[in-house]
Each structure stands twice: as structure tokens, then as C-alpha cells.
Design a protein around this ligand. Sequence first.
Ligand SMILES: [Zn+2]
Length: 251
Amino acid sequence: MHIILIVFLLFLGASWGSFLNVIAYRMSVKKTFISGRSYCTHCKKSLHWYDMIPIISFLALRGKCRFCAQRISAQYLLAEIGVGLLFVLGGMLIVDMLNISLYIIVVSFFTVLFIYDAIAYLVPDRVAIPGIIIIGLLNFFILRDAKSIIFGGIIGGAWFLIQFILSKGKWVGGGDIRIGILLGVLVGYPLIWLALGISYVGGSLIALVLIILRMKTLKSRLPFATLLLPSGFIIWLWGSQIWQWYVGLIS
Ligand SMILES: [Zn+2]
């Protein structure tokens, strides 16, 4: 891919990531995302346009507010770089318009849910439910395989619903059921099994590292959606190849 296209996609994605981060942040503090201009969360002063250029403004201000010098959370920079890189990845992998629209929608819903869960340990229904419907429908227009999408959603949801009932809501929350359905209607059946499996192995490893580093204890709750969403995304893009590689290993 041409370097100019890479830089263009990186900045397009970074701007979009900046917007998604604001949506997730404002929703998590119970504001509507259309209310008002961007402002410093510490001193409440409105930001100039040149303080809102993705990545560059953060680096130019060295991560501090121009007015009050309060540190700006690195979350802004991470969301911008993260979505920027995802746009570059999308440009490398995907060629047709229908798949590009699904890709942008998936990246958007996943990013908002990921950030929201990371800061508030909660999966908001007003994001998760529209996500399930829009992604499920668009996926149907692309795959034309209603069985795979519906079964995927049922297995993904049932997997967490059973744990939710067995543990009376202690192991997993209601939000995890919605994330399970969301991943299911995206990756379909049978890849949903792989997405669930990888998120469990990955989640256990991350939890183990955090416990060893004494950042978390066995009793602390992990933001589970932040583990499920990336593994579901990876399985959506490369699940078939991973599955073939795995079958090749064991046969
Ligand atoms: Zn400030």
C-alpha cells in the first residue's frame, strides 16, 4: 500500500477514534454525546480546533492541558492510535465497499464498548443492542448465511447465560451475554467456539499476569468485554486460517 494512503488512513482512523473515545467517555459519565464542544475534563475550558488534531495535538502539548496543565489521560492517545491502525489494517485487508462498511461499523461499536467497559466495567445496552442488530443484519447481506449468524448468536449468548444462571451473576454479568451474542452474529457458527475459547485462554493468561504483578487479586473483577472484543475481532478476520492451522497441528 502506498505510504500516502497509509498516512491518510491513519489520520482518518485517528480522528474517528478520537470521536468514539468522546462518545464512550461522555456516555459513561451519563451525558448525551451530542452535548457541546470538546473541553478539558479538569478545568472545563473549551478546546481550540488546533488542540483537537488527533495524535499530533496530544504529542505537541506533551499530554497536558494548554490552560491548566493537568495531565490528559493517555486513553485519548491510545484510542486515536488504536483506531488509526485499525483503519490502516482495514485498508490492507478489505477491498469491496460492503465489507468496508461492515468493517467500519464493527470497529466503531467494538471501540466504544471496549473503552466503556474498560472505564466503567459495564456494557451499555444502548450500544450493545443496536450493535447486535446492525452488525447481524449487515453480516447477513454479506454472508447470506442466516443459519451461521443465528446459531453463532445463540451459542455466544447461551454460553454466558448458563454461567450467569449457575453463578447467580457472580462470574459473569448480563453485559457479557450481550457481548457473546454480538460476537456470535459477527463471526458466526462454528467460529464462535474459537472466539470463546481464545478469549478464555487469553483472559486467564492476562488475569494471571495481573495477579502475579499484584495489580489485581483473585477476587477482583476484570472488565471482561475488553478481553472478549479483541479476540472476537481477531477470529472474525483470521478465524478460518487459525482453525485450519490448529487442525493441521492435531492431525
Ligand atoms: Zn484544563
